[in-house]
Write a protein that binds this ligand. Structure first.
Ligand code: AMP
Ligand code: ZN
Length: 469
């Protein structure tokens, strides 16, 4: 399996640290708003990487954080007159709903920055002891980038150029830095902000330290894959490497994977530019399976421009697979012949050649575009190979092959059984009864079951409301 490693700028053979196991960390979103479809790209892409690894038999420990303390969260909390944790908790819940609706599986661990402060204080203390960090007069702790020899190895930037331009880049209060490229590990609190005690000042962590600390805690000092969008290469991932390698004394991550941007009108989609669609917006117009298909129809490292035409093409592509699956299910229900015929056995063998093609595409740095093309070929082959006279094992065999490949990409190709309004109401009542008798695990199970069927529940003051995802 070959993976393009940003660190070397080359495709490299994937060799895990521990045979049969993969330790993988993906930088997650800052939770102050509904996620937009740019944020959804790394979620879908790296969920697919994880699914493929699992298909190949690896046990994947997949960690993805939520950044739940940050300027933007604090600003929103102040605007609403609530604690920052109210905002972050709200948007973590919303993000999890969007992930489920896109068929992105929950991570093995979803750590929160605010719950890992002790680990951050420990790592910062360690960096200070080793003179990789220093405390400025106001209590801010900075990482001393000049003390870390490998600084810049991931982003391949010319650091001296950055440094010479750096003074003008300093924001107010940063004139206590020794070097323009030094970055904050810990900073003093401002009025009304959440803060924690520390040996240096009451304050809160800088952004980068959380990932170094969580990655070490949940995956160990050295991990296989670290991933995120390409905007994170510099400074975020460069700084993570500096912190972790300076503190631990050896390699942090072996393979660095970065997805290209999702653009709109060929410009990066982002909250700060205001040119974005949330996943929720898109779910009102399209099935989110179409969004997933659209994302995977391009190579993950290429830029991808969002447009109604491409979404329509994705919808048609997905429909081709779904229609074939529905046809196979219909034929299976009516098949009279129960034994596989000799010519049919050959047909199943031929069908396996498309799985081989699919795997070759995925093993070449997760070329999902070619992997989808292999599924299309399998679908075309299937459509011409079956008839009402086909045996059940042939139909079942082809069905299973299509479903397996689609599932690796996280694509749901079986039409959802439409759940009726009355059934939903009945389940909502059953959930209310369970809550009344304090059987919260049953209540949660009902909520999860409904979510699985695309029904989202909202607990409001006027009672429970529901909608279809
Ligand atoms: P943020 O909440 O900005 O920290 O972003 C969370 C994740 O989404 C990071 O991995 C970002 O690199 C990624 N991301 C943000 N915007 C885009 C975009 N337009 N296209 C692709 N990835 C993005
Ligand atoms: Zn990170």
């Amino acid at each position: 399996m070959k993976i393009y490693n940003t660190l070397s700028g080359k495709k490299e053979e994937f060799v895990p640290i521990e045979p049969g196991k993969v330790r993988m960390y993906v930088c997650g979103p800052t939770v102050y708003n509904l996620i937009h479809i740019g944020n959804a790209r790394p979620m879908i892409v790296f969920d697919t990487v994880r699914r493929y690894m699992e298909y190949k038999g690896y046990e994947v420990n997949f960690v993805s954080n939520f950044t739940d303390v940050d300027d933007k969260i604090i600003k929103k909390a102040m605007e609403e007159g609530v604690e920052a944790s109210v905002i972050s908790r709200r948007y973590i819940e919303e993000c999890k709903k969007d992930m489920a609706a896109m068929n992105v599986r929950p991570a093995t661990h979803h750590p929160l920055a605010t719950e890992e402060i002790a680990g951050m204080l420990e790592m910062i203390g360690n960096l200070l002891e080793k003179h990789h960090a220093y405390v400025a007069q106001d209590g801010t702790v900075y990482f001393r980038t000049r003390s870390f020899e490998g600084y810049g190895k991931l982003s391949h930037k010319n650091l001296d150029d950055l440094r010479s331009g750096g003074r003008s880049l300093l924001v107010s209060g940063e004139d206590q830095k020794e070097d323009a490229l030094d970055f904050v590990l810990w900073k003093p609190k401002k009025d009304g902000e959440p803060y924690w005690d520390s040996p240096w000042c009451q304050g809160r962590p800088g952004w980068h330290i959380e990932c170094s600390v969580m990655s070490r805690k949940y995956l160990g000092e050295e991990i296989d894959i670290h991933a995120g969008g390409e905007d994170l290469i510099f400074p975020h991932h460069e700084n993570e490497i500096a912190q972790s390698e300076a503190a631990n004394g050896h390699t942090f991550a072996r393979y660095w994977m970065h997805n290209g941007f999702l653009n709109i009108d060929h410009k990066k989609m982002s909250k700060s530019l205001g040119n974005f669609f949330t996943v929720r917006d898109i779910s009102e117009k399209y099935d989110l399976q179409v969004l997933r298909f659209f994302m995977l129809s391009a190579h993950y490292r290429s830029p991808l421009n969002f447009s109604a035409e491409l979404m329509e093409a994705a919808g048609n592509g997905l429909l081709r697979i779904v229609t074939s699956v529905e046809n196979l299910k219909f034929l299976a229900g009516n098949a009279k012949e129960k034994t596989l015929q000799e010519t049919e056995a050959k047909c199943l063998q031929e069908a396996d050649s498309y799985r081989v093609k699919f795997e070759e595409a995925m093993e070449d740095d997760f070329n999902t575009a070619d992997a989808i093309a292999a599924i299309f070929e399998l679908v075309k082959f299937t459509n011409t190979s079956v008839s009402p006279q086909s045996s059940l094992p042939l139909i079942g065999g082809l069905l299973e092959r299509i479903r397996t490949l689609a599932d690796i990409l996280g694509l749901v190709v079986d039409k959802k059984e439409e759940i009726l309004d009355e059934e939903i109401e009945a389940l909502i009542e059953a959930r209310a009864a369970a809550r009344k008798s304090r059987d919260f695990s049953r209540a949660d199970a009902i909520r999860a079951q409904l979510l699985d069927q695309g029904i989202i529940l909202e607990d409001t003051r006027e009672g429970v409301k529901w909608r279809r995802a």
